[in-house]
Design a protein around this ligand. Sequence first.
Ligand code: SF4
Length: 95
Amino acid sequence: MKSVNRRQFLKISGTTLIGMTLGGTALRANAQEVLSEDDPSAKALKYVAKSAVDGQMCKGCAYASGEGDNLNCALFPGKLVSAEGWCAAFVAKPS
Ligand code: SF4
């Protein structure tokens, strides 16, 4: 078995640490991106960050998951939608 000297170990550890940091930053940035009403996919479904339809908000939609002010939506992967938002694909969560 090949042994790794101290210099090689530090080089490998540094590279791994940089990769993990950049990867983590990219994942966080991606997960925190809030869907803009101007996004072409949002426009296609008439998405708005503040629902104007009584009883229909993203937080009550079957496509939404998560908690808080911004939620994941199965129709907009990689973006967060407003909990009080709405789009034309709204489907009420089963009660
Ligand atoms: Fe909101 Fe549902 Fe439309 Fe997603 S599909 S944006 S959760 S109303």
